[in-house]
Design a protein around this ligand. Sequence first.
Ligand code: FMN
Length: 413
Amino acid sequence: MKLSKSSLFKKKILLCVCAGISAYKSIILLRLLIKSGAEVKVILSPDAHRFVSPLVLSVLSKNKVFSSFTNSENEWNNHVEYGIWADLIVVAPATANTISNIAIGASNNLLLSTILSSTCPVFIAPAMDHDMYLNKITQENIKKLKKNSFLFIDVESGELASGLIGKGRLSEPETIVTKLETFLSNMLPLSGVNCLVTAGPTFEKIDPVRFIGNFSSGKMGCCIANELIMQGATVELILGPSTESVNENINLNRVVSAQEMLDISLEKFEKQDIIIFSAAVSDYKPKIIHHKKIKKKSDDLNLSLNKTEDILKTLGRRKKNQILFGFALETNNEIESAKRKLEDKNLDAIILNSLNDKGAGFGFDTNKISIIDSNFNIKKYPLMSKVELSKIIVKQATNMFFKRFDIKNKSVK
Ligand SMILES: Cc1cc2nc3c(=O)[nH]c(=O)nc-3n(C[C@H](O)[C@H](O)[C@H](O)COP(=O)(O)O)c2cc1C
């Protein structure tokens, strides 16, 4: 498995810097976070500007850096909004003073108020003199914070700014980043996993105003793409003409025709770990596309159609280790047709939805599906919302993926 992206990719990280001698390391930490693809904002404790340049932090983070409740225009630097914005807060370096203030629930500066009002995970990386660190009160504060779900990045031993040798050095920025990444990837099981989803119909042009298409809304595939992103995956969505909106972190590739969907699928396919092909691709396209509108005549219009290339079959032939799921929409002989499709297209599972079921299929917010795997095990589900079903489909695909790559201790909720 290629873990292509850091689990910090596109995460919103609030870096809180305290007034300690190792605050200079926060610049390196910030650089590493940005390099990992995180969006970073920085808050300083009131005295931290004496240890590290707010200008440097602001330039590197491409965001304003604040340390007090109001800015120079006397506007409020809203600590509640910072807390809501952040996916994760990291306090590095965390002074003994700030640690004890967090432990008593103090909120008398912007940094403390933000931490007190936040609901996301908060990592604390202490840095201080050896005796300050080992002082019973500091240790009790740390214990109390750990009990209250604060996460600690342990200090390192070595030479301290005081000239003494002992415990209390700020953990190296690389170590901090690795710990954050590990935490996030455990929190989001599909972090670093590449997924491709296709959704919606395709439209095959007859002339500039007419096309051959189908009634697919793209809802099911968009729900699947959204669910994959929620589980931390990197998601490419190839979406035919559809009015559905999707999570902003999805890499959206808009297409119209089957040929465009094929071209982008082939371009993206090799990099993917999980592919869920839910698009309702047109099986036929007009042999000739008229570049001017065909005039309405008194007699019938006969169209000559060519078959479009079977995208799923083409991808199935190229499949190496990827997990490949397809959809089947059948009206008769459903299970047998779906099984044939599963084998013919070299799929790992096929999701059958039937037009015979009320509330299932094109356009509805609900669907009724059966999942058939390559051993022909069939799981049938009742009529459910497409959002709920996307969770079931993603869970089945990712569990197969974890099993294939022998990835232990990971599962999708
Ligand atoms: C030169 C210098 C270095 C300091 N280094 C540290 C340190 O590494 N860790 C620490 O806990 N306090 C250190 N302090 C003390 C803090 O700056 C002081 O407790 C301050 O009130 C902390 O404010 P803050 O927690 O709001 O950032 C240092 C003070 C000075 C003058």
